[in-house]
Design a protein around this ligand. Structure first.
Ligand SMILES: [Zn+2]
Length: 102
């Protein structure tokens, strides 16, 4: 993961301070102490992709028509592409820490 604040690439293990606040995960850059979170836009791509994989897979159980199954398979494939795109494009964005620093 690359820190957008100081442009230093760090291994995931290097992030020692991890805060799970509400829906998002916050990490602190070990180099510049900037708090970061995963870009929510790429998270949406991932979830949309997973949904597109999951829904046709489930529908396949109830549909006997070969043509519909083919269409569902294509949709699932597009979903897989979308999910991969979301994973590849995952990046960190700087944030203000939401937790109390006591
Ligand atoms: Zn940094």
């Amino acid at each position: 993961m690359k820190c957008p604040s100081c442009n230093t690439a760090s291994k995931n293990k290097a992030f020692k301070n991890i805060q799970k606040g509400g829906k998002r995960i916050e990490v602190q850059c070990p180099h510049c102490d900037q708090w970061l979170t995963i870009d929510p836009a790429t998270m949406k791509f991932k979830f949309a992709g997973y949904a597109l994989i999951l829904i046709p897979s489930l529908l396949n159980f109830f549909i006997d028509d070969v043509h519909y199954r083919l269409i569902l398979s294509v949709i699932a494939l597009l979903g897989a592409c979308l999910a991969v795109f979301g994973v590849v494009r995952t990046k960190l964005i700087p944030i203000e820490p939401s937790h109390d620093s006591k």
